[in-house]
Unconditional design. Structure first.
Length: 277
């Protein structure tokens, strides 16, 4: 089954997001747990959550993908920034328990001159402080474009983080097509090879979700600029090969393209038509 959705605003609550998803033909969605450029989070409305869970069960929603704020940088050189990462992620893990069994995706962060090894050490340290064996959420490391001092632009970096996490069943990866292409992995001409490399280094058992985005930049640009499906350098055909790849199927696909709801609806309809189910 092809599970697809897009990033939705959480301002009006979970039930509203669920209804918006259904309107555009989606059976999953992504949302920010808190202000993406700040850090504040809305109080959880228990009645809203209850109504959403009933709606999701009725319409057989796939797992959701929560997204951490962009300001979260667990491997910053600044202690205050790392402290915010700990506080925000700890709180988010508690909040995610209201909608158990879903994913929490985050950008591993930027080491800002400390070096990749130190960055990985700090990320791993944070995850080991936060993850508990009893949590019902799997935390996902997002594949990154490798711009600046970002960690996660190489599969080996994500593997190193996973290796350092003690409770491994609570950690996985989200594969972003734009980021992976920008990082230098040629999913346009060699998707099989990229998937094989991912499997050999990280393991496909650790792949839980996909971000489906075109890119404004060519392979290896290290830029991270998303484009609408078919309007970027990856192209429609390559994206269709991703969603139909036998080793990638069965995971929720989230669109993060520069669209409003009507644009997401068009892309969802287009990709559903192209899906070889």
């Amino acid at each position: 089954m092809f599970n697809i959705g897009c990033h939705l605003s959480s301002v009006k609550g979970f039930e509203h997001m669920g209804k918006e998803a259904l309107k555009i033909g989606a059976d999953t969605f992504q949302f920010f747990t808190r202000n993406p450029r700040g850090g504040r989070a809305k109080d959880i409305d228990e009645n809203d959550v209850k109504r959403f869970l009933e709606l999701a069960a009725e319409h057989n929603f796939a797992r959701l993908v929560a997204h951490a704020p962009y300001t979260l940088n667990p491997c910053s050189a600044t202690e205050k920034v790392r402290a915010f990462a700990y506080t925000a992620m700890s709180d988010d893990m508690q909040r995610m328990e209201h909608i158990p069994g879903n994913y929490y995706n985050f950008h591993p962060g930027s080491h800002v001159g400390q070096g990749v090894e130190k960055g990985i050490e700090l990320i791993t340290q944070l995850l080991n402080e936060i993850i508990t064996p009893h949590q019902n959420t799997v935390i996902l490391l997002e594949t990154m474009a490798g711009k600046g001092s970002e960690i996660g632009g190489k599969f080996e970096e994500l593997r190193a983080i996973i290796d350092g996490v003690k409770i491994k069943e609570k950690i996985g990866v989200c594969f972003d097509t734009c980021h992976v292409s920008d990082a230098g992995y040629d999913i346009i001409n060699n998707l099989d090879g990229v998937v094989e490399e991912f499997d050999n280094i990280i393991g496909l058992d650790k792949l839980h979700a996909l971000h489906i985005n075109d890119s404004l930049n060519p392979v290896g640009a290290h830029k991270d600029r998303h484009a609408k499906i078919g309007e970027g350098c990856i192209g429609y055909d390559a994206i269709v090969r991703v969603i139909n790849h036998p080793k990638l199927k069965g995971r929720p696909c989230i669109l993060e393209t520069p669209n409003e709801l009507d644009g997401y609806e068009r892309e969802i309809r287009m990709l559903k038509k192209a899906y070889d189910g």
